[in-house]
Design a binder for this molecule. Structure first.
Ligand code: SF4
Ligand code: MG
Length: 325
């Protein structure tokens, strides 16, 4: 069917003081279909959060979307004014972050923050919005919602704060929820609960989820499809099953190899030796070349294109070419 989100050839650059340009997102394309959970995986600095922020219209100066299209439910978002984006954010798409304390307002009760979101996007009396806030807190699994509604965020545990963030995010029934490392700051038991809650909400509300994560355990348990990012680009993309069974890109392989066992509860993705090149100094050739065990001469000379290697499976690597089709 028609995708909920269709991102095409997105480039988001940051123009730094020293006249360097950080190519945080550098030609990224992907689509999310209704009801799907898609994960973007990569190390920090890979461009995954900047991709999410670009979709949400949260790129501020000196950053800028310099190229590409972002269609939400068929509507083009690039080029919209901040006022137009404000009417879309929270209503048609919402985002939750790693650390809810930075997204929640410390001087308002959790109830008032849900009420504010509801009243911003829906004509609703204060009384009805408060009832709805209590209901939403109950939906996200908070016990004693009629009391918690009047609490301030700092009085709640990290897990409860993330539940409150989810309550705010789903309050206007968005079709797309973007979750940027939603459980990274939480301990393992709470992580599992929050992920189960997101999955439950996705099903009940017929939402799509874009999950930003560095945790391949999360990916294998929850994502229908995976986008692996490296150096601001997509280096591999496929269904989760295919990616785990028929891994193509040396970077993806490295990520998987560094996980002791996918079936055990590993909470962090161990990184491949070496570091991601700075977004201001990407090499001419393959951006992974400095860390790749299979590097060849042509890898240093030219950056490979993202090519189709199987049904819906794409990879950006010189090891794969026309002949593998
Ligand atoms: Fe490695 Fe070359 Fe493939 Fe880059 S293009 S991942 S350096 S084999
Ligand atoms: Mg990030």
């Amino acid at each position: 069917g028609t995708p909920i989100l269709d991102v095409k050839q997105l480039r988001t650059y940051f123009y730094l003081d020293d006249e360097k340009v950080a190519k945080a997102v550098d030609d990224v394309s992907f689509a999310i279909r209704p009801g799907e959970t898609v994960a973007i995986v990569g190390e920090s600095g890979s461009g995954k959060s900047m991709t999410a922020n670009s979709v949400m219209g949260l790129i501020g100066k000196p950053g800028k979307i310099v190229e590409g299209k972002i269609e939400l439910n068929g509507r083009e978002l690039t080029g919209l004014t901040e006022k137009q984006m404000t009417s879309i954010r929270g209503k048609e798409m919402a985002m939750i972050f790693q650390e809810p304390m930075t997204a929640l307002n410390p001087v308002f009760t959790v109830g008032n923050q849900i009420i504010e979101m509801l009243r911003k996007h829906k004509k609703m009396s204060k009384k009805l919005a408060r009832e709805q806030a209590i209901h939403l807190l109950e939906v996200v699994g908070i016990s004693r919602p009629d009391q918690i509604v009047d609490e301030y965020p700092h009085r709640l545990s990290g897990g409860m704060r993330q539940r409150v963030m989810i309550a705010i995010a789903i309050s206007c029934q968005p079709k797309l929820l973007i979750a940027d490392e939603p459980t990274t700051a939480l301990d393992v038991t709470i992580q599992a609960q929050i992920l189960a809650l997101l999955e439950d909400m996705r099903k009940k509300m017929d939402m799509s989820i874009l999950m930003i994560t560095h945790d391949l355990g999360v990916v294998s348990d929850y994502a229908d499809r995976v986008i692996v990012m490296y150096g601001g680009q997509v280096v591999e993309q496929s269904t989760t099953k295919e990616l785990l069974r028929n891994t193509k890109h040396p970077y993806t392989q490295g990520l998987l190899d560094s996980m002791p066992d996918l079936s055990t509860n590993v909470d962090r993705l161990k990184t491949v030796a070496g570091t991601v090149p700075a977004a201001t100094e990407f090499p001419e050739g393959c951006r992974f070349a400095s860390r790749c065990p299979f590097v060849m001469e042509k890898c240093v000379a030219t950056n490979p294109e993202l090519i189709e290697v199987g049904h819906g499976h794409q990879v950006r690597c010189h090891l794969y070419g026309e002949e593998t089709l």
